[in-house]
Write a protein that binds this ligand. Structure first.
Ligand code: CP
Ligand code: NVA
Length: 311
């Protein structure tokens, strides 16, 4: 009998709408059990390897705590502290790590790097953020939206800021799950149509471009943003500060959205740059729920990639 193909989670489009439906429901059950101190040891004796080539707070803690809560354990690696930082080929690293652990999470630079790792891996690989995508974050954001407002289908999401890894992932999610995504970026920082498409080479667009961020927010159910300078782009920081000066999500922008619109930010945030303190610390902000929900949805994801659907 041939083994079933390994399921990786390298970008949002790697799972179907039906699989997301299952995962979001499963995450809700896992969260309820966590809140009730009810043991949920579906990954007893399994090991997650986490490789960080960029900094992290939320991704590290949510995967590590989550894996222990599932009955498993974790190994934590960084490029500086491992042979990756001394030019060991990523494929060789993948071959070795995937003989000793059951599943791998990587945070790295180019998407091609995680793809090369996955190609050589014997076990599932999860994208914990690349320059191009951040699928675990959008999974948590959608779960958070549903918790507060019900189904996201048919709703309007306004993305204000950089056409970055978060924006690309929101675009894939909009096309897959059926909500409207409006993207307002300064000129020169638009989302890349190829990266944001559901399928490579597809002309199907999951988003609409806006040059005016207030117009993008008009009537939106959710307003969301991210740092102006993502990890790996620090050399562009000063130029970006100038280009994004009018892209701060403030109370005026939130007033253009629906009165009950939510505000999200994947964090870390820079108050006074991409978002004002009144908005991120105000009543419409659900950023702390978003951060917590990373752990619940990722527990569902780890379980799903290793065990498939559970009753
Ligand atoms: N949102 C997010 O991925 O946070 P970290 O960079 O702290 O992991
Ligand atoms: N776009 C940001 C997200 C950080 C969680 C970055 O890539 O740095």
């Amino acid at each position: 009998m041939t083994a079933p193909p390994i399921k990786h989670y390298l970008q949002f489009s790697d799972l179907t709408a039906g699989e997301y439906d299952y995962l979001l429901g499963r995450a809700a059950l896992i969260k309820r059990k966590f809140k009730a101190y009810d043991k949920h040891h579906t990954l007893n004796d399994r090991t997650l390897a986490m490789i960080f080539e960029k900094a992290s707070t939320r991704t590290r803690v949510s995967f590590e705590a989550g894996m222990y809560q599932l009955g498993g354990s974790v190994v934590h690696l960084t490029s500086e502290g491992s042979q990756l930082g001394r030019s060991e080929p990523i494929e060789d690293t993948a071959r070795v790590i995937s003989r000793m652990t059951d599943i791998v999470m990587i945070r790295t630079f180019e998407q091609s790097r995680i793809e090369r790792f996955a190609q050589a891996s014997r076990v599932p690989v999860i994208n914990g953020l690349t320059n191009e995508y951040h699928p675990c974050q959008i999974l948590a954001d959608i779960f958070t939206f549903i918790e507060h407002r019900g189904s996201i289908q048919g709703k309007t999401v306004a993305w204000i800021g950089d056409g970055n890894n978060m924006a690309n992932t929101w675009a894939q999610a909009a096309a897959l799950l059926g909500f409207e995504l409006r993207v307002a970026t300064p000129r020169g920082y638009e989302v890349d149509s190829q990266l944001a498409a559901l399928d490579a080479g597809s002309s199907q667009r999951g988003w609409r471009d806006f040059s005016d961020p207030r117009a993008a927010c008009a009537g939106a159910d959710l307003v969301t943003t991210d740092v102006w300078t993502s990890m790996g782009y620090e050399a562009e920081n000063e130029a970006r500060k100038k280009a994004f000066a009018d892209w701060c999500v403030d109370l005026e922008m939130m007033r253009a959205a629906k009165p009950d619109a939510l505000f999200m930010h994947c964090l870390p945030a820079h108050r006074g740059e991409e978002v004002s303190a009144e908005v991120i610390d105000g009543p419409q902000s659900v950023v702390w729920d978003e951060a917590e929900n990373r752990m619940h949805v990722q527990k569902a994801l780890l379980e799903y990639l290793l065990l498939g659907r559970l009753a």
